[in-house]
Design a protein around this ligand. Sequence first.
Ligand SMILES: Cc1ncc(COP(=O)(O)O)c(C=O)c1O
Length: 417
Amino acid sequence: MDDQAFDYESLYGKAAPASAARFAGFPKYMFVGGNNDPEQIPVEGLIEAAASVLRRDGASLAIYNLGMGPQGYPGLRRFVADKIARDRGIVATIDDVTITSGSNHALEMVGKLLLDPGDTILIEEFTYSGAMGVFRRLGASFVGMELDADGIVTDALAVQLAALKAAGKLPKFIYTIPTIQNPTASILPLARRKALLALARQYGVAILEDECYADLLWRGVEAPPALYALDPGCVIHVGSFSKSLAPAVRLGYIVAGWELMRRLLPLKPDSGTGALDQMIVAEYFSKHFRSHVDHLNGVLHDKLRTMVEAVEREFGATAECWHPKGGIFLWIKLPDAVDVRKLIQPAADAGIQFNPGPEWAVDADRSKSHLRLCFAMPSKATIRAGVAALAQVCFEQTGLPERGGNVARGARSRPAA
Ligand SMILES: Cc1ncc(COP(=O)(O)O)c(C=O)c1O
């Protein structure tokens, strides 16, 4: 049959989103997205875990949700409850945990529950673009919260909330990534966590806490307890297995009391998150989580050092790096004269993809000189060569950085794409 002969155009719903671009493969220097290091996927361990859990519980795959209800495989919910108790100070039973198909799915469920078109939400001035996309599609408008090296500046937030209240525009919720913020990789200190919670209580504004990267801390770095641990009443907690294990597995979770959970569950009409994935991850992580994550964090920290060295070598004083305390991203500020949007196409022509700051910010113009580089997926050699290639593109487009590796740029030849 000829599919051209049928006119779908006239049938699309008014709210249908714009078309997707066809996937064209990854560029040579791929610094975008939240991908993990392919060499750190514990393939043999996952094979063993799959075999053992399938032998034990495989027959229950015959039944939707394994016949165990819509909140997910109890073994994985038990693992999550134990992990967040041990590492994040959260007291939760497995009934407070629902497994989702990635944590983006969890953010969408919360957005659908709380938002009406036209509602305001407070989000960090630099934040996860995927969350902005989800909330924007639900009709929310954003007010940015000022960030410094420690995360949300809560004194400024107090002033903002008072002004929003006076204007009759109190937000429904505050979306925050307090532990390894994306993209700045900061950790909100305890005193600010307490101030944030006090403001949420004072103004009756809920907090959506996204701890996507909280497992990825450098050795010796301590994070204060999760916001949910400090006040479960006004916080909805979201986490992910994408960064501690693998994003293609598509597993995340929501932690909330039953009052909220019973309103969230009807917003998960997917007949259950993939149960085989849940069984394998529960089996593997209930034995190997700490050793896997400790090793992964060592590898990631080492790759960050390689990237920072490369940025310092190639960009010199032209680039200011925020200092990640964990995670997989480096957030970089170039001089105000550089608008990174103008680098996107020339960089793509040179085989480089990076995340431009404006896509990671409430105010695109205020972050026009920022960019985000992911150091988890590329090898160290690719990081070095890719950062050098990016600096060369930047020089060709803007005249900056003038020097790289202590050599005047004009004298250097363009790196091969
Ligand atoms: C802060 C943050 N939250 C949530 C997500 C969504 O992750 P996933 O749906 O893979 O769990 C990401 C992905 O990069 C993220 O950076």
